[in-house]
Write a protein that binds this ligand. Structure first.
Ligand SMILES: [Zn+2]
Length: 429
């Protein structure tokens, strides 16, 4: 008997869904309706999922709406005329079964090609899931479910040889005040996320809910022993809680703090002095007409990178106020410490800083020095290794971009899925 194979008509070629042919296509009628396409599979038989026997006896023809990619610039109303075959094997417990294809697996309401398009849109760009969902005419939960169920969220952290680890935290949604239903006490909830990064290539290892040192300790404790032994250096921002956690979980690793955070502390110290001085001199807040206020940015710039004009301005500011000049000098001393590349020059600069701070007798530099002294060992590690947390900060920026584009996330699992699933570069197989 002549088996009629797939009769390639123009509509099926244009529709281009593998394994299917277009039965009818009708134009959009009225303003609201979409163009409608009725499709069916090109094969005339199917294998029973229970016994594997082929059957071509059609038992029923259920019709189902499915979501598909846009065709010809707009979405279509796609109707699939499915075949429900009767199993011909007498001993088989299943009496009938519905056909399945690669593009439309069992119970699928979305074609595989649309699902692939949606997932790749979410993976390659930091787009809002709701926008991608709108474009595909799907709901946000559908798209999010596609991402959480299909993406491989295993970052392979336990198979990696991480020598330098970065730990950093950020807030992933707004602070909430929740009332405890039993005690009626109001509790402040700060949803923080901790990002772990491999500092050698900037890969995000994990995103964990929480901000306490306990979270870091338990995350590190969950890694295999060989993994923990390999970590040589951990870069942190100046969080003593994280430092304690790292020391506990990775006693052999060295901790390094970023020069960026140290310089920021020094700059904050200048700002405090500047504010205090304005109060002392004028008994009011600073105004744009006050020189130290007008050129406040200049005070925090790196002293050795100023232009001639900036330097003249700076001298003008510092000449007006000796305390401010002293504080500025301390900040430059701190920067000097950070330029050290070995232990001896670090110690030399450190001693100079200590002498300078003692000589000032100002409270702000003294407080700054106390903080720095608590981090002396980590600063020395930074100077010797030059390991910064910049890559973690970059990973954090990606996370924050995703958060902002999505207008915040309420569920940490979805948030984590979005960050780890986001791969702007094609992933090597
Ligand atoms: Zn069967």
């Amino acid at each position: 008997m002549h088996q009629p194979t797939f009769d390639v008509d123009a509509a099926s070629i244009l529709f281009n869904l593998s394994g299917y042919r277009v039965v009818t296509a009708s134009p959009a009628l009225g303003g609201e309706r979409l163009r409608q396409v009725v499709i069916e599979t090109t094969t005339g038989e199917g294998a029973c999922p229970s016994c594997g026997v082929l059957s071509s006896r059609v038992h029923a023809r259920p019709v189902q709406h499915v979501k598909d990619v846009a065709c010809g610039g707009e979405r279509l109303d796609v109707l699939v005329r499915k075949r429900r075959y009767a199993c011909r094997e007498a001993l088989c417990p299943r009496r009938s079964f519905t056909e399945e294809t690669e593009q439309l697996p069992a119970r699928a309401r979305v074609t595989t090609r649309l699902a692939e398009q949606v997932i790749s849109a979410c993976r390659s760009e930091p787009r809002a899931v709701s926008r991608v969902a709108d474009e595909a005419d799907l709901s946000w939960p559908t798209v999010m479910r596609m991402l959480t169920t299909t993406l491989d969220l295993d970052t392979g952290v336990d198979r990696r040889h991480v020598k330098r680890l970065g730990v950093d935290e950020h807030r992933f949604r707004t602070v909430r005040y929740l009332r405890d239903p039993d005690t009626h006490a109001v509790r402040r909830v700060e949803p923080w996320s901790i990002v772990f990064t491999d500092l050698d290539d900037g890969a995000i290892l994990d995103v964990v809910d929480g901000r306490r040192g306990k979270v870091v300790t338990s995350w590190l404790a969950a890694r295999p022993r060989w993994w923990r032994r390999r970590v040589q250096t951990v870069a942190l921002d100046m969080s003593s809680e994280f430092r304690a956690a790292v020391r506990k979980a990775l006693p052999k690793a060295r901790v390094s703090v970023d020069h960026w955070h140290v310089v920021r502390l020094a700059n904050e110290m200048i700002t405090k002095v500047r504010r205090r001085r304005v109060w002392e001199l004028h008994e009011r807040r600073g105004r744009a007409t006050d020189t130290p206020w007008k050129y406040r940015k200049l005070l925090t710039c790196a002293g050795d990178r100023l232009t001639v004009r900036q330097r003249t301005k700076l001298q003008e500011i510092l000449a007006e106020d000796v305390e401010l000049a002293v504080a500025w000098g301390i900040k430059e001393h701190v920067r000097q410490v950070l330029t050290a590349r070995d232990t001896s020059s670090f110690q030399r600069h450190w001693a100079a800083l200590q002498r300078a701070v003692r000589a000032t007798r100002l409270p702000e530099p003294a407080a700054l020095f106390r903080t720095l002294r608590a981090w002396r060992r980590e600063l020395l590690t930074f100077c010797r290794t030059r390991i910064t947390n910049a890559r973690t900060e970059a990973a954090n920026l990606t996370a924050k971009t995703i958060k902002r584009v999505g207008r915040g996330y309420r569920n940490h699992r979805n948030y984590r899925c979005r960050i780890i699933g986001y791969a702007p570069r094609p992933i090597a197989a």
